[in-house]
Design a protein around this ligand. Structure first.
Ligand code: NAD
Length: 340
C-alpha cells in the first residue's frame, strides 16, 4: 500500500544516517521533527554541525530528548501530528557493546519499546526502524537473505537489533501498527561516523599513523553508500507492508508475516575485500597506509553480503554506488570539513 505523508519524525536526526535522511525529506517537502540526545559516543561537535545544517530549514524542528525518557517522548508525539516514524536513534557499534552493554539496553531496548508505545497510542501510519546486517551473526549462507533464520547473533548489539524486529512484530500483530525493519549493511559516505573504518583509516593515513587491519585483511563487507541507503528508506517509508497471504505458521517465513510487518536488507549486493577497500582509500588520498595486521575482533563477522531481491521487487530499487565513487566523495568531504 502506497502512502504520502506530511510530517515525519526521525530519531537519531543528528546522527550520520538520520542527518542525510532528514535533509532528503526536507528537500522532498516534508515537515521533519528530529529527535536526538546528542550523546558523546563519538565527537558531539559533528552531530551539532549536522544539526546546524538541518536547522537552517524552517520545516525542521529539533527536540533534544532521550528515547529512554518515556514522558519526554510522549509529549513530542502529543504536541505534533506525526504521520510516519523512522527510528534511527540507537547505540550503534559492535565492539563497544562488549564493554558497554547497558548503553544498548537503554537506547535499543527501553528506547525502542517507548517508540513502539508512542506509535501505538498516536495512530502512526508506519514505523520504519533501523536493524542491521549484524543480525546475520554466525550465518554463512551468502548472500544473506531476510528469509533466512537469524537466531545466532554474535554481539549484544546484534541481539538488540534482532530484538527490535521481534518487538515490532508483536506490535504489528497486536495493535495493527505497520512496521518495517531495515537491515543496513556497512554504511559510508560524507558526514560518516568517526568510529567506523573509512573515517578511522582516512584520518590515520592523513596523519601518517598506522591503521588496524582486522582478521589480517581477510574480511569482506557489503559497503553501502549513504545516498543509496536514504533512497531505500524513502521508498520503503511510503510503502506500508502488505500482509503476506502465503505466510504459514507451519513454515514461518522470517522476513514477512500475516501482519503488516516486513524486513528488508539495504546493501550494495557486491561485497568488497577489506584490502581493496583500503586500496581505494589510498588512491583517493594519494598516499599509502601503514598497516597493522590484527586478529578478528570478538563480536565481528568475517563477511557480509546482502540479498536485495525483496527491495527490488517491492520498491524497485537497488543500491549501485561503487566504492571508488563513494570513497572519493567521503575523502573530499573530510578534507573540506577538517580544513586539510
Ligand atoms: N552506519 C552503519 O553502518 C549502520 C549499519 C547498520 C545499522 N545501523 C543503524 O542505523 C542507525 C543509524 O546509525 P548511524 O550510523 O547514523 O549512527 P549514529 O550514531 O551516527 O546515529 C545515531 C544517533 O542516535 C542518537 N542516539 C543514540 N541513542 C539515543 C537515545 N537513547 N535517544 C536519543 N538519541 C539517541 C545519537 O546521538 C546519534 O546522533 C542506528 O540504529 C544503527 O544501529 C547503522
Amino acid at each position: 500500500m502506497h502512502l504520502d505523508y506530511n510530517t515525519a519524525l526521525v530519531t537519531g536526526a543528528a546522527g550520520f544516517i538520520g542527518f542525510h535522511l532528514s535533509k532528503r525529506l526536507l528537500a522532498d517537502g516534508y515537515q521533519v521533527v528530529g529527535v536526538d540526545n546528542l550523546n558523546d559516543y563519538y565527537d558531539p561537535s559533528i552531530k551539532q554541525a549536522r544539526l546546524d545544517i538541518l536547522k537552517a530549514d524552517s520545516r525542521f524542528t529539533f527536540m533534544r530528548t532521550d528515547l529512554a525518557d518515556k514522558a519526554g517522548l510522549e509529549k513530542i508525539f502529543q504536541d505534533t501530528a506525526i504521520d510516519v516514524v523512522v527510528n534511527l536513534a540507537a547505540q550503534a557499534g559492535v565492539r563497544y557493546s562488549l564493554t558497554n552493554p547497558q548503553a544498548y539496553v537503554e537506547s535499543n531496548l527501553v528506547g525502542f519499546v517507548n517508540i513502539l508505545e508512542c506509535c501505538r497510542h498516536n495512530a502512526i501510519k508506519h514505523l520504519v526502524f533501523a536493524s542491521s546486517s549484524s543480525v546475520y551473526g554466525a550465518n554463512t549462507n551468502m548472500p544473506f537473505s531476510v528469509h533466512h533464520n537469524v537466531d545466532h547473533p554474535v554481539s549484544l548489539y546484534a541481539a538488540s537489533k534482532k530484538s527490535n524486529e521481534l518487538m515490532a512484530h508483536t506490535y504489528s500483530h497486536l495493535f495493527q501498527l505497520p512496521c518495517t525493519g531495515l537491515r543496513f549493511f556497512t554504511v559510508y559516505g560524507p558526514w560518516g561516523r568517526p568510529d567506523m573504518a573509512l573515517f578511522l583509516f582516512t584520518k590515520a593515513i592523513l596523519e601518517d599513523k598506522p591503521i588496524a587491519v582486522f582478521n589480517h585483511g581477510k574480511m569482506k563487507r557489503d559497503f553501502t553508500y549513504i545516498d543509496d541507503i536514504v533512497e531505500g528508506v524513502v521508498r520503503v517509508m511510503k510503502s506500508i507492508p502488505d500482509p503476506n497471504p502465503k505466510w504459514s505458521g507451519d513454515a514461518p517465513d522470517p522476513g514477512t508475516s500475516y501482519a503488516r510487518y516486513k524486513i528488508y536488507n539495504i546493501g550494495n549486493n557486491q561485497p568488497v575485500e577489506l584490502m581493496d577497500f583500503i586500496t581505494a582509500i589510498e588512491n583517493a588520498i594519494g598516499k599509502k597506509a601503514i598497516k597493522n595486521f590484527m586478529d578478528l575482533q570478538p563480536g565481528d563477522v568475517p563477511a557480509t553480503y546482502a540479498d536485495v531481491d525483496d527491495l527490488i521487487n517491492d520498491v524497485g530499487f537497488k543500491p549501485a554506488t561503487t566504492i571508488e565513487e563513494g570513497i572519493g566523495k567521503f575523502v573530499e568531504w573530510y578534507k573540506e570539513y577538517y580544513g586539510i
